[in-house]
Write a protein that binds this ligand. Structure first.
Ligand code: MN
Length: 233
């Protein structure tokens, strides 16, 4: 690894190493520092803060500075910091997640969990997620990631604090600005779909219902709805 005085930034996610959001994040952060990616080899959305303890983990160097791990987002941060990076990163950035991570949903998110893991290891971290379904335009979120990275590297974050950032699905011209928010409350109406497989056995699929939220001033959910970039410490 080339030694430079540029900041070292670890990028990770839960959508997997081939995710378009991760590539957009890396491109935006390369303007700020040296970026190393350690990410799951496949999508691990909703893996939460799980750590793999019952089997070995394999790391594949897929490109210069890009490592894939057959484990969870938390496994990735742990291996990166303890083993792969060679020195402690100056910043950990997780995302850009395909879909927002608002309110109570952060407890499921592997993207947010990887930022939590970084914080537990004493590193400044943010998680960034783009609102939307199916089609994503990461340009605004990528610009936000770059700005946040610059600010955090310059000013630091309070010990034990991460930033959970949610970016509305808007252009850079249409967005209203930054809003510091509190975590909202989800109204849970999770649906379970029961289907029958070709061999006649039942199987179940969780989710598919659109989320509803308790309204409240100053929440992450309301901010994104109203066209702000939500930053929840
Ligand atoms: Mn995800």
């Amino acid at each position: 690894m080339v030694q430079t005085d540029r900041p070292l930034i670890l990028a990770c996610n839960d959508d997997g190493i081939r995710s378009e959001g991760l590539r957009a994040l890396v491109r935006s952060l390369e303007a700020v520092g040296d970026v190393v990616v350690v990410a799951p080899d496949r999508e691990r959305s909703a893996a939460g803060h799980a750590l793999t303890l019952t089997r070995p983990l394999r790391v594949v160097s897929v490109d210069a500075g890009w490592y894939s791990v057959d484990g969870t987002p938390t496994d990735c941060v742990t291996l990166a910091v303890m083993e792969l990076l060679g020195r402690r990163p100056n910043l950990v950035a997780a995302g850009i997640n395909h879909g927002s991570n608002l309110g109570d949903d952060v407890t499921y998110s592997g993207t947010v969990a990887s930022a939590i893991e970084a914080t537990l290891q004493g590193l400044p971290a943010f998680a960034i997620s783009g609102e939307g379904k199916g089609q994503f335009d990461f340009r605004l979120a990528a610009a936000c990631a770059r700005r946040l990275a610059e600010e955090i590297l310059r000013r630091g974050l309070p010990q034990g604090t991460l930033l959970n950032v949610n970016v509305p699905n808007l252009s850079r011209e249409a967005v209203r600005g930054w809003a510091v928010t509190r975590q909202g409350r989800r109204v849970y109406g999770e649906t379970v779909h029961r289907k029958v497989d070709p061999r006649g056995h039942a199987y179940y699929w969780i989710g598919g219902a659109s989320a509803t939220w308790e309204c409240g001033d100053g929440t992450d959910y309301e901010a994104v709805q109203d066209g702000w970039v939500s930053v929840t410490p």
